[in-house]
Design a protein around this ligand. Sequence first.
Ligand SMILES: Cc1cc2nc3c(=O)[nH]c(=O)nc-3n(C[C@H](O)[C@H](O)[C@H](O)COP(=O)(O)OP(=O)(O)OC[C@H]3O[C@@H](n4cnc5c(N)ncnc54)[C@H](O)[C@@H]3O)c2cc1C
Length: 303
Amino acid sequence: MTDMTDFGRKLTQLLPETEIRFRESMAKHTSFRVGGEAEMMVFPKTGEELAEILKLSKILDRKPAILGAGTNVLAPDEGIPGLTICLKDCLDGMERLEGNRIRLMAGVTMSRGAVFAAKENLGGLEFAHGIPGTIGGGVYMNAGAYGGELGQVVESVLVCDRDGNLRRLSNEEMGFSYRHSVLEETGDIVLSADFRLTERPGEDVRAKMKELIGKRSASQPLDLPSAGSAFKRPAGGYAAALIDQAGLRGFRVGGAAISEKHAGFAVNLGGATAADVKALLSAVSDKVYEQSGIRLEPEIRIW
Ligand SMILES: Cc1cc2nc3c(=O)[nH]c(=O)nc-3n(C[C@H](O)[C@H](O)[C@H](O)COP(=O)(O)OP(=O)(O)OC[C@H]3O[C@@H](n4cnc5c(N)ncnc54)[C@H](O)[C@@H]3O)c2cc1C
């Protein structure tokens, strides 16, 4: 087994500027505010730095965990052994390209990206404005809302594989489908994404974003920690409606509960553990199945 202190020493020799934290609370890095400690967390600033870290991490016994804004992750109570690479606020940058195109780095939040597009008089990312994750996390799981999803506007994605090699994948190669991309299979890491958008007056784009934010705050429990929709939309139905029909609004396990405001959200009422959340999701899935014959699958990434 590789000792992480020794790995930290090697990393500091190779990349003296890279920030390293040991025993970092995952509750601090996830919107659910749940989870034990990451044994070691690093914060690369550039794609090159990330590639060097990945190359060095080949000596470790397990693949590093990749964290964006932590808004779709349930981190385990017992913590995360080995290395966690946090990309939020690290891979930062937004750029106008030729034509109606923009490049957003993986650590930029989807909201910032949408606001940047509006400033450039470009539409197409309005739906993503209220999604709290990063471009990296959003591309990884093809985030979407209100009829839009990133896969509809992504032109290409610059990724880094686990050996530290960079390559650009086209939209087709990304294999986007509902809340899924090929990266879930390959484990490649998003460094940046290029978007092909549509010319539209900035004020119209901003008005649409304002309307959608209004819808979100009216219907979602944004005052409580959560990871967004707890379950994927099943074929032929809506998870929230099925949960509601099964009488589970407000259903609680320990500190975790189905939101009273939106039955599609699992929320942390205070002091929830990952075990509470997992037990809640599994009980809800079973009860909905008994009631409707439809099996709900978690949308939250359970680490
Ligand atoms: C209040 C609330 C509302 C939400 N509303 C929506 C919504 O409307 N639509 C929607 O789709 N989602 C929604 N979400 C969920 C979440 O914001 C999205 O899934 C988002 O895409 C996650 O991005 P992240 O940066 O937080 O990723 P994380 O939660 O940090 O990670 C999620 C997964 O992506 C992987 N990942 C992260 N960064 C990278 C990278 N650079 N390269 C490769 N893999 C990476 C991680 O390994 C992990 O498996 C909501 C969440 C909350 C809390």
